[in-house]
Design a protein around this ligand. Sequence first.
Ligand code: HEM
Length: 489
Amino acid sequence: RRGRLPLPPGPKGLPLIGNLLDFPAKFQWLTFDKWHEQYGDIVYLNLAGQSLVILGSPEATSAFFDQKSGVYSDRPRFVMVNELIGWEEFNVASYPYGNAWRELRRVFHQQYHSGVIPRYYPIFRRHAHRLLRNLLAQPKDIEHHLLHTASAIILDTMYGIDVVDRDDPYVTIADKAMEAIVEAANPGSFLVDSFPALKYVPSWFPGAEFQRKAIRWKALMKDMLNKPFQVVKDGMQQGRAMSSIAATMLQEVSPDDEEHGEYVIKAVGAASYAAGSDTTSATTQVFALAMAMHPEVQARAQAELDAVVGPNRLPDFDDRPNLPYVNAIVRELARWLPVVPLAVPHAASEDDEVRGYFIPKGTIILGNTWSILRDPVRYPDPDQFKPERFLTKDGKLATDVQDPSIAAFGYGRRICPGRHFSDGSVYSLVSCMLATFSISPPIGEDGAPIKITAEMSAGAVLRPARVDYIVKPRSDAAVELIRNTAYDA
Ligand code: HEM
């Protein structure tokens, strides 16, 4: 160890396997939260030789990810998902820190920085209105509609593909590939991640089921990359491509660099879907849960919308500055149940020292978003959904309460490049739903509303467990408004 510096504190492990048995199988952030109370905001674990550091405060994440961004912007490598399936080749979120990552980040920035988001307002609006029509037609299927809407927004933005239902072939292709990627990335599921030399075992070898799975899953991933892209390419050749990020980028590809240019477009499309679809739908599902659990919040937001927007139209982007309570709801959604509670792991690209602790090269570094956004000092009563925490006494958005985007979208140079896009789409969906529908808990056999709690299910992202909400239009005027959106469409 450099200069005999100590490692950060953490639970004492066993010889050889270290803290492997301490490592929680599910909802890790809750256990990590307790460890922060015991050991402080930098906690160290040794997982059978793999160092892991968990950061539980904005000061700690800043000390690593901002102040030492040159060291802590790398990603850990997972053989199954990244090498054998080849996901690393296309997923900018798994790229090692280096020039290939920089090139794709630049493209992401060009397409998704805050200044270009108004370009996507017509797409957000169209899909928010379609969501309202779907809710009116099948109110019981709200969870399905929210999932579907998030996928549809990305496919429309990226490829100009107009997805009409969840059974749409392009959504099915992308979802199958995502299921495979999530299964492949599940920590501890594949021995080859712990013993990388196993990657040389041929697929016909007895017991090499992981190789056969990798071949099948790679084919799914290739479909996800190629099929929607081909729609745009064919459409352009036939002069009927809809405007989209892929179409714009394709026009700019130089004939001398066609292969690489097309590869960049496919990579931006795949990472946008992978990183943007589930996260956005989980956030809107958290919204449904919060509204059903807190009728008083829903009523206050609706009163604000009624006063500012009135009954004769739907809320739009121009209204946003005049809707502080609705904006506070969007912030509180990101804080209350962050859908990526441990962000995406970073890795140390060299031996380093932070706050007098030794951090070995290759250490996996996790920003514990959950603990940061549940800090009772910054956010008193942190388990409660309270949008008003973000408002001043005279009802304006407060500037002295930490915006949850310091953690909800990750950290440092790897911070989510889609955060402004998702902010726009979530605002549009949430404000339109609030203006026209009430969401309430299901009614029990005794005729009283069933008490629902914030129960979550963890997969690729954290999302609320299924609840049979009652979704009702607020008035006849709201029904009329929703029906009229069909003419605009
Ligand atoms: C509510 C919605 C979203 C949430 C909560 C979210 C959250 C995150 C988080 C926590 C990270 C990891 C950052 C880190 O490593 O420290 C991330 C990365 C990323 N996100 Fe998002 N995201 C959302 C929506 C989107 C959208 C809509 C897009 C694209 C259109 C997107 C594209 C990406 C990409 C490409 C990365 C990888 C960045 C890199 O490794 O350099 N995300 N996101």
